[in-house]
Design a protein. Structure first.
Length: 612
């Protein structure tokens, strides 16, 4: 039944009062319904998709709206129709901070009329009335716009958030001869760190160390004369979190270290551990910030059966929590004032979620280029919550993923799961706390394989050195992941000039990472079938830059197999960037063979031949 012409002349006010016809669903990316922002780095695109449709058969139009937070006007980008009511568009984030985005849609009466008119003309129907209707539609130029019910956010970080190589060093061992090092000694080690190719030098706590209940070598509960204690037992008569251990040097020395590192393209990262030794000034000045036991003593840290008598945790469930929050925020601000922009946060999962969400947001108000690495080896949901709350990068379970099946499953999740929108992995094969059995038992091949895996599976990775390149592998006791004579409790003597050091391999590996954009992000990771469970193969690609990695996971035997990678019917060349040589491959199955005692990995740059 045809509508009367009078129905075409309804007022704009009447039309605006009509219920919306357009539905907007499944807008992504978004985290927990928009509760948390997604993450990007400056210069990246944010690809936005949504299902946008209406009842009936009218033409639907939709747009992406985006703006830097605080701007008045929205930038509009037409969305591309992909079929099945699915639409896509993108916008680029250029500045550090937060951007906002949403989607709007409407039914387009004029476009609907034009579409139907073409159909009537094609069917040779009388279109005289239709032309009059079209003129009326064009005069009205009305549209009822529906907006998505939420404005979503994206946090934009510096490029270092997406791609970084970390080197951990204890400053007190920087001299290398067993005597207490200084910041000046760390400056003297900067050429070595630069030679290795690292761009973040991470220092464990640099503060005064308590003497009460100080731990001795190998975590002995009774320290002997000369034992230096754990740097994580923060605070003594010389001060606390805003002080420097007197044997490390002065603030002028530290500032010179930050400056000297920056000149070499290296950022200094500091460990922030919110805990105190019994000698920390906070204990006397603010007893309300600690948990007191019935016997009048402060509760020290425990992870049963482990006891940390030299460390007092803060009591966040205190009536004085606002003052505590402010003071801890001021610790970050103090070191920001000394040029530090990267913080590795110790055990953030043992502090309140509310604190981290507040303090990171507060700090980023004035310091949009700061980065936070979450050291939370804890339950997955807790790790992910911390990432949602604002931590820039996160330690992972990589250390405990050693078989092919474990690695494929875990890194497929990290690179492909929707959690990649907020969770940036940082893979470490070792830390001062973790010497995995694979490194204890696998010898040099294990160290080589694990660093290649960390550096190529993840765009962010790090090693604890010089323990790693010198292949420290002796555990304190069987079944333990603690080092024998751990550097956490003593000054170490390191000979980084040893002929068996992995320094050359690591330097070459980091050079490959810097020269190949494919290895500077995570989302393109793809695993490839290979007919040997001891071999793992995967690729990453950025534009024309294509990298294929094959690693032998067997630390004792030569392993060979056929990897399903290639281009059907096409010859192409693979250049081994880590080893040497070029090889011509053909088709999509090609042979590889790796000796773990020589070099357990190929890092191939793939060259496709152009056909004219």
């Amino acid at each position: 039944m045809e509508r009367s012409s009078s129905s075409l002349h309804s007022s704009a006010a009447q039309r605006e009062s009509l219920p919306p016809r357009v539905a907007i669903e499944s807008l992504r990316p978004q985290v927990d319904g928009g509760r948390y922002p997604v993450k990007r780095v400056a210069g990246e695109e944010v690809l936005v998709e949504a299902d946008v449709f209406a009842d009936g058969h009218d033409v639907v139009v939709c747009e992406l709206l985006s703006r830097f937070q605080g701007e008045k006007d929205w930038r509009t980008t037409p969305m591309q129709f992909l079929g099945n009511d699915h639409w896509r568009a993108s916008f680029r984030v250029e500045k550090l901070g937060r951007y906002e985005y949403t989607v709007r849609g409407w039914t387009d009466a004029l476009a609907t009329w034009k579409r139907d008119l073409e159909k009537r003309k094609a069917a040779q129907q009388d279109i005289s009335v239709d032309l009059q209707i079209g003129a009326e539609i064009e005069k009205r130029a009305e549209r009822t716009v529906v907006y998505h019910d939420k404005v979503l956010e994206v946090v934009v970080d510096p490029p270092r958030a997406r791609f970084s190589s970390w080197y951990e060093m204890f400053p007190r061992s920087a001299r290398g001869d067993g005597t207490h090092g200084t910041f000046r000694d760390v400056i003297a080690r900067l050429p070595y760190v630069a030679e290795l190719g690292f761009d973040v030098l991470y220092l464990p706590p640099i503060h005064p160390i308590g003497t009460t209940a100080r731990k001795g070598r190998n975590n002995d509960v009774a320290a002997l004369a000369g034992d230096v204690g754990s740097p994580w037992a923060i605070g003594a008569k010389h001060g606390g979190h805003k002080a420097i251990h007197p044997q490390l040097g002065s603030f002028a020395d530290f500032d010179l270290l930050v400056k000297s590192a920056k000149e070499r393209g290296i950022d200094i990262a500091l460990d922030i551990a919110f805990q105190c030794s019994p000698d920390h000034p906070y204990v006397k000045q603010h007893p309300e910030w600690f948990r007191w036991r019935p016997d009048g003593t402060v509760q020290y840290a425990e992870n049963p059966p482990k006891k940390y008598q030299d460390i007092y945790p803060f009591e966040f469930e205190t009536a004085a929590w606002p003052e505590l929050y402010d003071e801890l925020k001021s610790v970050f601000e103090f070191w920001l004032g000394h040029g530090v922009k990267i913080f590795r946060v110790d055990n953030p999962h043992t502090k309140p979620f509310a604190f981290w969400e507040w303090v990171i947001a507060e700090l980023k108000t004035n310091y949009k280029d700061i980065l936070f690495l979450s050291e939370a080896f804890t339950r997955p949901r807790v790790m992910h919550r911390l990432a949602k709350l604002g931590f820039t990068q996160s330690y992972t379970y990589f250390t405990w993923r050693n078989t092919k099946e474990e690695l494929v499953e875990y890194f497929t999740e990290l690179s492909s799961d929707p959690s990649r929108e907020y969770f940036r992995p940082n893979a470490w094969p070792n830390t001062p706390d973790i010497l995995h059995a694979a490194l204890q038992q696998g010898g040099r091949p294990a160290f080589m394989a694990r660093v290649v895996l960390a550096a190529t599976l993840s765009a962010n990775y790090g090693i604890y050195g010089p323990a790693f390149e010198l292949m420290e592998h002796v555990a304190r006791e069987p079944g333990s992941e603690e080092y024998l004579y751990s550097e956490k409790y003593e000054i170490k003597t390191w000979n980084t000039d040893r002929t068996d050091s992995l320094r050359a391999l690591i330097g070459k590996l980091n050079g490959i990472r810097k020269e190949n954009a494919a290895l500077q992000s995570d989302w393109s990771l793809r695993f490839h079938e290979i007919d040997n469970d001891q071999l793992i193969a995967y690729s990453k690609q950025e534009g024309e830059n294509l990298i294929l990695v094959v690693v032998n996971l067997d630390t004792r035997h030569v392993q060979a197999g056929w990897v399903e990678f290639g281009f059907a019917g096409e010859e192409f060349e693979v250049q081994d960037l880590l080893g040497s040589g070029r090889h011509t491959w053909k088709g999509n199955k090609n042979y590889v063979e790796l000796n773990p005692h020589a070099l357990p990995a190929h890092v191939f740059l793939v060259h496709r031949r152009t056909h004219t």
